[in-house]
Design a protein around this ligand. Structure first.
Ligand code: HEM
Length: 424
């Protein structure tokens, strides 16, 4: 099948975020003011910033926006009264509605229990050396070393999709497929758009990309099942997975695995870019991390708090409720601004400082509660391996003063678009 998405990967990546504002406003200043003056806003704040909804287009649905840590936590942890099913109408429609993030209640719980073991540290650690560290070091970073200069985002765009490709268990002898799958995954993410003309075209491309991904995954799933599914890869593990006597059929596995490509790639790309930006802008911290690698995971956690990629999460009120004195009717959308909650000064001392030594508290960059990111150990392991390898292979890595400094931008899917560096 030919690729339904034209253009190179860099262009498709830019398209995902091109219509989101965020570089022209100081979002953190805006959020600080909202936390103080209007912590529960009876309006769709993200729509004001030009961010399209993943919930399908229903302008009549009232939306409330939350900015404080405690409120965001209360909503995200309570999946009974604040549900996610509405996502099936928007983003979920690219996945036949069968998408974990859009499931509620028992259906979500039983699906999540089937999938969860495959993503626990125990499994991820088994993959770490051969399928994560080796790929990142040998296929990507070592060949870059002699050039002594790079835009780290060129590397960041490829390694997460390459790693997930390998973990899923796609055939290793077809590396040319990776860029195509990456472009499809990004086309799915670019599906929801605000501009009606763009929306129609983007939706068509997203549907085509989702179908194309489904078709290739389904073939591999059927092959693996026919061969007995004894392998260590994600597809074989999902075929073998069982929970309370239930297991997954080929359609469910193909649909889930297809959803992983957009869930696992772009998020990891931007999180890695943000982490590198923050470390390169704080050379003293970078030096400490270089000399004490036990700080790597602390740096990642703090970057995810300080500048989360997924800047907000939406839920739907399942009953009439009141938050901070504001009445929220049943059926209303509740938009939780993660970027704001993660910098709530009532919870995080000196919240606007990137401080890898701060006391560990939950923040919401990987979500919170029953829908919390199932792939967070995979993501963190990849980013750990990437940072460690960079510190090993690129001595004295620093920002390239002849190129524009990296900027963490975007009201949604936030991160830098370029991170130009030099090394010795
Ligand atoms: C740094 C990278 C990543 C970030 C920042 C991130 C962020 C998130 C967030 C915020 C959620 C919660 C969604 C919600 O509450 O509705 C989520 C869910 C999810 N993530 Fe990730 N993610 C990352 C990487 C990954 C990876 C590598 C995978 C797979 C290997 C993955 C798979 C998923 C899945 C399947 C869900 C849905 C879970 C559910 O609804 O029960 N993510 N992610």
């Amino acid at each position: 099948m030919s690729a339904p998405v034209e253009g190179n990967l860099e262009q498709v990546f830019a398209n995902v975020a091109s219509n989101y504002r965020g570089s022209d406003v100081d979002l953190h200043a805006v959020y600080r003011e909202m936390r103080e003056k209007s912590p529960v806003l009876a309006d769709n704040f993200m729509a004001r910033l030009g961010v399209p909804s993943i919930a399908g287009l229903d302008p009549d649905r009232p939306t409330f926006t939350l900015f404080k840590y405690d409120d965001v936590m209360a909503v995200m942890r309570d999946a009974t009264n604040f549900t996610s099913g509405f996502i099936a109408e928007g983003l979920g429609s690219f996945f036949d509605g069968l998408i974990l993030t859009a499931m509620d209640g028992e259906a979500h719980k039983s699906m999540r229990n089937l999938l969860q073991p495959v993503f626990m540290p125990e499994t991820v650690n088994r993959w770490k050396e051969a399928k994560i560290d080796r790929v990142i070091r040998e296929e990507y970073l070592q060949p870059m070393v002699p050039s002594k200069a790079a835009d780290l985002m060129d590397f960041a765009l490829y390694f997460p999709i390459r790693v997930i490709y390998s973990l899923i268990g796609f055939p290793e002898d077809r590396p040319e497929e990776i860029a195509k799958y990456a472009a499809w995954a990004l086309a799915i993410l670019a599906g929801p758009q605000v501009d009606p003309e763009k929306a129609a075209a983007a939706r068509g491309a997203a549907m085509e990309a989702a179908q194309a991904l489904y078709d290739v995954v389904k073939v591999v799933v059927s092959e693996r099942r026919a061969q007995g599914a004894e392998g260590d890869d994600l597809i074989c593990r999902l075929i073998r997975a069982e929970y309370e006597g239930r297991s997954l059929d080929n359609h469910e596995i193909a649909t889930f695995v297809r959803s992983l490509l957009p869930a696992a790639s772009e998020t990891t790309t931007r999180t890695f870019g943000t982490l590198m930006t923050l470390l390169l802008q704080n050379q003293a911290v970078l030096e400490r991390v270089r000399n004490d690698r036990s700080l790597v995971s602390k740096a990642i956690d703090e970057a995810v708090r300080y500048e989360p990629v997924a800047t907000f999460k939406v839920r739907q009120a399942a009953k009439d409720t009141v938050i901070r004195g504001v009445a929220i009717p049943k059926g209303a959308m509740v938009s939780c601004i993660v970027t704001s909650a993660n910098r709530d000064e009532d919870v995080f001392e000196k919240a606007d400082v990137f401080d890898i030594d701060r006391r560990v508290r939950p923040s919401f960059g990987f979500g919170f509660g029953p829908h919390m990111c199932i792939g967070q150990f995979v993501a963190k392991t990849e980013i750990q391996c990437a940072l460690n390898a960079i510190l090993d292979l690129m001595p004295n890595i620093r920002l390239d003063p002849s190129k524009p400094a990296p900027e963490i931008i975007g009201a949604q899917l936030r991160g830098p678009h370029h991170v130009h560096v030099l090394w010795d």
